[in-house]
Design a protein. Structure first.
Length: 397
């Protein structure tokens, strides 16, 4: 594979205002390839990996020991994949961003959250930290982030170098080698990392499982998925389980069903069929760990937190399409392992929005996450009627 040594991380200060990161130039190109109408959108306001390293260093130092930052692993190109841990409660919440490199608002939201949790001395923050341990993994696919694209930076040849048993096997179905108006994967291929997970956390790649399909588990062939899996397993070893897993994404532009309101973000807690159902029979070995009810309660907690802003774009929240079967996603695999799961799908990727409405989207993600943190810390989430999940407005696509 490519050089796995860490890229040097600068240790300068990054100015943080009360809850919002000051826009800084990205290392990657200043503008994206055009949209279907040949517009270009600046991504300067989004954080680069170099800035991420400096910001986490600043947050850790200014927190005076509250926030603990570690390098959990490295991308294929040698960029650090970080964990930032804060809180000392028995309930553990793992939240990650930018597993797709052109889905960027979650990284800024996580940094804002870490800054607040690490420096705010309010009773509300203290109650969260006393009850919950939060482990944030911002920008888990840094190579894709620097390239401002969905897929990582990894060739099938490099995968076979790491897993010689795959010599002669067909490349996995999530391997990108195409070229279009946005990206040239033909000369610089990569994988959709969020299809590389497997509910068997100890799975080793086997040639008969390739090329696979979207409704089948992944393989842990990418270093990014391996790192996330390793962090998850370490937390399971320490806490017994990972209570909550939150994954921050982007989607296309849609409307809230029954309205003309453009969706600000969509939520979901359903990524594989319930192992106790007829559709989920292939997952019966996970029937004792899967907790779909808790996932629904968590999503309702996030939804209600966003509704508190009243008649505003923060009120334009919808339910992501249900009846999915995606065991190769981090959400699907970790749900089967017992975690309550929450998907955030912010409207518009950088190719369609650039940094337009960036502040609004970041704040919406923050509000939803804090809704989960406070409800888990207080125990209120366990009193939520799971049926309220079905009352979240659907997405009109």
């Amino acid at each position: 594979m490519k050089n796995k040594k860490a890229l040097s991380a600068a240790c300068g200060a990054v100015l943080l205002s009360a809850g919002l990161l000051t826009p800084v130039p990205a290392v990657s190109a200043d503008t994206n390839p055009g949209t279907p109408v040949n517009q270009t959108y600046s991504v300067e306001g989004f954080i680069s990996h170099e800035e991420l390293s400096r910001t986490l260093d600043r947050i850790e130092k200014s927190s005076q020991g509250r926030v603990d930052v570690h390098t959990a692993g490295y991308s294929n190109s040698g960029r650090e994949i970080y964990t930032a841990r804060v809180g000392h409660g028995e309930k553990v919440i793992l939240v990650q961003s930018e597993i797709h490199g052109n889905e960027k608002t979650g990284t800024t939201a996580l940094l804002n959250m870490l800054q607040q949790l690490g420096s705010n001395g309010s009773k509300e923050i203290q109650s969260i930290l006393n009850e919950v341990t939060i482990v944030a993994m911002p920008m888990v696919n840094p190579d894709a982030s620097e390239l401002n694209r969905r897929g990582n930076d990894l060739s099938w040849h490099e995968v076979v170098e790491d897993f010689p048993q795959l010599n002669g096997a067909s490349p996995s179905w999530n391997y990108y080698t195409y070229t279009n108006q946005y990206w040239d994967y033909k000369s610089n291929p990569g994988f959709d990392v969020n299809r590389d997970f497997n509910p068997d956390l100890n799975y080793q790649p086997s040639p008969e499982d390739f090329p696979g399909a979207s409704s089948k588990p992944g393989w842990y062939i990418t270093p990014e998925a391996q790192t996330i899996r390793d962090v998850y397993q370490e937390l399971m070893d320490e806490f017994g389980e990972v209570d909550v897993f939150i994954d921050l994404h982007h989607q296309g532009e849609y409307f809230v069903e029954g309205t003309e309101d453009k969706v600000t973000l969509s939520l979901s807690g359903n990524f594989v069929p319930d192992p106790a159902s007829e559709a989920g029979q292939k997952y019966t070995e996970y029937a004792d760990t899967y907790d779909g009810e808790f996932s629904k309660q968590l999503n309702v907690a996030a939804y209600r937190a966003l509704q508190t802003r009243g008649n505003s774009p923060f009120d334009h929240i919808s339910l992501y399409p249900q009846d999915l079967d995606l065991p190769g996603t981090a959400l699907g695999s970790f749900a089967l392992n017992g975690s309550g799961t929450v998907l955030f799908e912010v409207t518009g990727q950088t190719q369609s929005y650039g940094q337009k409405k960036r502040g609004q989207f970041v704040k919406a993600v923050e509000m939803g996450i804090y809704g989960i943190l406070t409800s888990v810390a207080s125990g209120e989430v366990y009193e939520i009627d799971e049926e309220a999940y079905g009352d979240i407005p659907k997405t009109k696509r």
